[in-house]
Design a protein around this ligand. Structure first.
Ligand code: GRF
Length: 214
């Protein structure tokens, strides 16, 4: 049975589309059971509907606290009995109650080679630092923002004179390859979260699997 997977978005959903396409092509064995958005105008909701995936939207502005919103999201998501949650451009910080409820089952992708550049503005920060490499990292979500154990990173060489926008476009293309791949590893049980670590093929992984792209 394919792993029941919920995808959480706030915006365009190009990563969501990469999951939809990979499943449709038979390259990814996940059951995309629901797409959740905290924004009603998120274009990703249309992508999900077109693919025949149920959608839920709850606006965080309607709740008095982060915890109350997160409890409502949990109640809705759990109707679909997800085994894996994929954060794909979901622009909310999760409460500890949410992270505990789905402990070891939440993935995020961050557009930097973590532990470098947690937070925002990652492309410009990599350029400003004169870095040779930049990329994106898939990791398990813990309470530490962008700090959970890393699973898979995709890197590319920064081109001389490249702008932050150009770099972002190239990094997004990498994300569309590594995120479905990493989620597939978790969905099949080859990667698990145990005692705060990512276990990859039975071994505790201090470093993520690293792939290099052009
Ligand atoms: C991605 O670049 C991801 O790294 C970040 O949010 C962006 C989402 O883009 N967490 P999209 O909505 O999937 O196009």
């Amino acid at each position: 049975m394919a792993c029941r997977t919920a995808i959480l978005i706030s915006g365009s959903g190009t990563n969501l589309q990469a999951f939809i396409d990979a499943v449709a092509a038979g390259n990814l064995d996940l059951d995309l059971c629901v797409v959740f958005s905290n924004k009603p105008d998120a274009y990703g909701l249309q992508r999900a509907a077109k693919a025949g995936i149920p959608t839920i939207c709850i606006e965080h502005g309607d709740f008095e606290s982060r915890e109350a919103f997160d409890r409502a999201v949990i109640a809705e998501l759990d109707r679909f009995e997800p085994e894996l949650l994929v954060l794909a451009g979901f622009m909310r910080i999760l409460s500890s109650g949410f992270v505990e409820h789905y402990e070891g089952k939440i993935l995020n992708i961050h557009p930097a080679l973590l532990p470098k550049y947690p937070g925002l503005d990652t492309h410009q920060r990599a350029l400003d630092a004169g870095d040779e490499w930049h990329g994106s990292t898939v990791h398990f979500v813990t309470e530490e923002l962008d700090g959970g154990p890393r699973i898979l990173a995709g890197r590319l060489r920064i081109h001389p004179g490249e702008s932050a926008d150009e770099l972002q476009t190239r990094v997004q293309a990498v994300e569309h390859r590594i995120y479905p791949a990493a989620a597939g590893l978790v969905g099949s049980g080859r990667v698990v979260f145990r005692d705060g670590d990512a276990i990859i093929d039975g071994k505790s992984a201090a470093e993520p699997v690293l792939k290099t792209y052009d």
